[in-house]
Design a binder for this molecule. Structure first.
Ligand code: TA6
Length: 272
């Protein structure tokens, strides 16, 4: 049943704010300092939590399967489960999700997922750590499915992907991006491979968010546009105009973890 989202507010010493939800282990709000006190993440007014629900907006955690690319439910099992809040103080929180009999019924592996959120000044850093707590090797794909708030998606641009190879998930064809910037207006759903640590920029008018990642190889850029965007029950009809997803992702090369091994992937946003 859909339930309202319970937000835990983190406030850094310098006044920067992030909000997290135990449901989904998800960042749901971010107000950096020096940006006019404006919210920089999109959270749909129709977003809901509660058992089984995934929250439309913020930074959903995609694990252990990205999208429909495998036998598990779309985008895995982390985004619609209750996480534990292990720490939440000042501008930092750590949330954890451990495998259970219930998750093993869906994905037969033992894991510890940790999300470390740090907000300060102009920046928000989100780190996903996965530990193999079982006795067998497993592999997974993952993403931080960040919904960046924009005033108008058709004006926003994502720069920094020129020359990168991508899978267009709308047509299921591969390309090399020869454009200087990615723009929006019709459905854009692309997995850019092996982007690594090159910085990206979401630019809209005078506003910029610089996006960097570490540990993740790939970047997913998504905006549903008006036709697909109009079909989501948890998005207002014109809601697609209010966000662009720029996701730190590990999709092209699944992560392989032996018993006791730990993987970490991080996305950092800096508002300008
Ligand atoms: O990351 C892009 C994507 O995989 C798109 O294909 C789109 O479906 C989006 O995620 C949202 O998926 P959701 O299951 O949250 O509706």
């Amino acid at each position: 049943m859909a339930e309202p989202i319970t937000k835990i507010r983190l406030t850094a010493g310098d006044g920067a704010v992030a909000e997290v939800s135990a449901h989904g282990g998800q960042v749901v709000g971010w107000v950096p300092t020096g940006a006019g006190g404006k919210e920089r993440l999109f959270l749909s007014p129709l977003a809901a939590g509660g058992p089984g629900a995934s929250i439309r907006g913020g930074v959903p955690v995609i694990f252990p399967q990205f999208g429909p690319m495998g036998p598990l439910p779309k985008h895995g099992l982390a985004r619609n489960r209750e996480w534990q809040v292990a720490e939440a103080a000042g501008g930092r929180a750590r949330l954890v999700l451990e495998s259970s009999a219930e998750t093993r019924g869906i994905w037969p592996h033992d894991f510890l997922a940790e999300l470390v959120v740090e907000v300060s000044g102009a920046a928000l850093a989100v780190e996903l750590r996965i530990t193999n707590t079982g006795r067998e090797v497993f592999s997974f794909t993952a993403a931080l499915h960040t919904y960046l708030r924009v005033a108008e998606a058709t004006v926003a641009r994502v720069a920094g992907l020129q020359g990168a190879r991508y899978l267009d998930e709308v047509t299921m064809t591969e390309h090399t991006d020869d454009a200087e910037e990615v723009s929006f207006g019709t459905e854009v759903d692309r997995i850019y491979y092996a982007v690594g640590e090159s910085p990206l920029r979401l630019v809209e008018g005078g506003r910029v968010v610089e996006i960097t990642e570490a540990g993740f190889d790939d970047v997913v850029v998504w905006n549903p546009g008006p036709v697909v965007g109009g079909k989501f029950a948890d998005l207002e009809p014109e809601g697609w105009r209010e966000f662009v997803c720029v996701e730190a992702a590990a999709v092209g090369r699944p992560v392989v973890l032996g018993p006791g091994e730990v993987w970490a992937g991080r996305q950092r946003l800096a508002a300008g």
